[in-house]
Design a protein around this ligand. Structure first.
Ligand SMILES: Cc1cc2nc3c(=O)[nH]c(=O)nc-3n(C[C@H](O)[C@H](O)[C@H](O)COP(=O)(O)OP(=O)(O)OC[C@H]3O[C@@H](n4cnc5c(N)ncnc54)[C@H](O)[C@@H]3O)c2cc1C
Length: 468
């Protein structure tokens, strides 16, 4: 392997080939620090041509490649296994904004650009790039596309796939495919772009993308509502869609237990209501009209919702600071949960019409099997996407409870399947759910996925052990 590393150093410079175990640690350890793999080296190319040369070298030496962006993925997709035979190919040095086309409302960016950097560049150009994740300060556009990331604005703008018009890819054979087309219509055969989006690095390496921009909204309005149950949240969502139309940007559900955890671990955040209620919803409207128009819509929505007893109490933020603190209540649920101890996480989606019954039936199944387990249920209700997490009963050690993970996953995922849902709504499969998915996809779907993998990566060098 020394010859391989010498050639890598010739291609990208010795300073961009990391082989020291200590320096590789952040690259081989996953974000939640659940797993640490081993790598032959971390390679940090600085251009698409260098990526292609490295992929060619890997092909010659039969070395597998784990592409990596910000390493914020949650399904163990961006770290290598224990063999120490793979290289991590970090895209972080490909971080240039290549072009902003205001008239076409597009931006061409390299894969290693941070999401937050892209959002800021768009804002400087008086445009919006609406993808929004709590990890936006660390995750990259290449990672967002490879996981088809979702986040809090999918309801209005769609997920990463819907925000992308073209990609540049280094294929598993080391060729460069320039698919950087800024076209909103292009029916010229199979959609290769969509194959690479959501492929989690198993089919090729995304090196750049043309992403969609939107006019900046003139005003944003955030409200927090208290409700009796998830059924009321579904009714409120339908009302919000009816009365607010395209201004409805975010609709997030969180249970009282989520808020209890946030209050415990982030006491500096506001207590919105003096009473506790079973469920809460955070609503965001973004208007291209005047700020008054947004307020009128919100007022009308809540007047009707109160009148129909859908909403028990509500607060509308009257300043940017208040809006941000309401969002922080939502965005700190994961951290509050982590501070409380280990729990068993699920990232699921269900047709919105069935979400309430899914929650009550699955909660009941879990409580039957694990009395007093505590549900941390929250998420992007507007997209039918819940983070449906199971915390141990208060008197049981988290490390003991985690031993039930397989059985708990089976209860939750079987229920998801029963409602025709997905066991991975926005995080992908990675290594974590690769086996689990075999229980739910039909043999023909698995066979088609394998055929695509074999056609695009016949030597199985691209992110082995992930997805399929
Ligand atoms: C606090 C927190 C909040 C989060 N919130 C959300 C959320 O709301 N919605 C959501 O969808 N996700 C969320 N995530 C998950 C994660 O941030 C996203 O999956 C993100 O898109 C990953 O980007 P990354 O650059 O970190 O990719 P990485 O973690 O580095 O990689 C993810 C996968 O993509 C592959 N990959 C990375 N770059 C490339 C490339 N250029 N070409 C080919 N393959 C590549 C990797 O091999 C891996 O399989 C969250 C994570 C954290 C830590």
């Amino acid at each position: 392997m020394e010859q391989f590393l010498i050639l890598c150093r010739q291609v990208i410079g010795a300073e961009h080939v990391i082989t020291n175990e200590f320096d590789m640690l952040p690259f081989v350890t996953d974000w939640r620090q659940r797993a640490t793999g081993k790598a032959l080296a971390v390679l940090k190319p600085g251009s698409t041509n260098e990526v292609a040369e490295l992929v060619n070298l890997c092909g010659q030496f039969s070395i597998s490649i784990v592409p990596q962006g910000g390493n914020t993925g949650l399904v163990l997709g961006s770290i290598p296994d224990q063999s120490g035979k793979a290289v991590i190919l970090s895209l972080r040095r490909l971080n240039r904004i290549r072009e902003i086309d205001i008239a076409n409302n597009t931006m061409t960016v390299e894969a290693g650009c941070l999401l937050a950097q892209v959002q800021e560049e768009a804002q400087h150009a008086e445009r919006l790039y609406p993808l929004s994740l709590a990890s936006e300060g660390s995750c990259t556009i290449g990672g967002n596309l490879s996981t088809n990331a979702g986040g809090t604005a999918v309801l209005r703008y769609g997920n990463a796939r819907e925000l992308c018009l073209g990609v540049e890819v280094v294929t598993a054979s080391g060729d460069i495919w320039d698919g950087l087309r800024g076209l909103r219509k292009d029916n010229t055969g199979y959609d290769l772009r969509d194959l690479f989006i959501g492929a989690e690095g198993t089919l090729g390496i995304i090196t750049a993308a043309v992403i969609k921009l939107f006019p900046l909204p003139k005003s944003q309005l955030t409200a927090f509502a208290a409700l009796a149950n998830p059924e009321a949240a579904i009714s409120l969502l339908a009302l919000a869609q009816e009365y607010c139309g395209a201004t409805l940007t975010g609709f997030e559900l969180m249970s009282d237990f989520c808020m209890q955890l946030v209050r415990k671990h982030f006491p500096q955040l506001p207590q919105v209501f003096s009473n506790a209620y079973p469920q809460y919803v955070l609503i965001e409207l973004s208007s291209h009209d005047t700020a008054e128009r947004g307020s009128e819509q919100m007022e009308k929505l809540f007047a009707i919702a109160m009148d129909r007893d859908i909403v028990l109490d509500m607060v509308v933020a009257n300043s940017l600071a208040q809006s941000q603190s309401l969002w922080q209540l939502r965005e700190n649920i994961s951290s509050a949960q982590a501070a409380e101890g280990k729990n068993i996480k699920h990232d699921i989606s269900i047709p919105t019409s069935h979400i309430a019954v899914f929650i009550s039936e699955t909660d009941a199944l879990l409580k039957q099997a694990y009395p007093d387990c505590r549900m941390v249920t929250f998420g992007h209700l507007g997209d039918g996407n819940l983070h449906y997490n199971v915390s141990p009963p208060a008197n049981i050690k988290d490390t003991d409870f985690i031993l039930n993970q397989k059985e708990i996953n089976a209860i939750v995922h079987d229920s998801v399947h029963h409602f025709n849902g997905s066991i991975s709504a926005e995080h992908g499969l990675g290594a974590l759910k690769k086996e689990e998915i075999l229980r739910y996809k039909s043999p023909i779907e698995i066979q088609l996925m394998r055929s695509i993998k074999n056609a695009l990566d016949p030597n199985q060098l691209m992110n082995p052990g992930k997805v399929i």
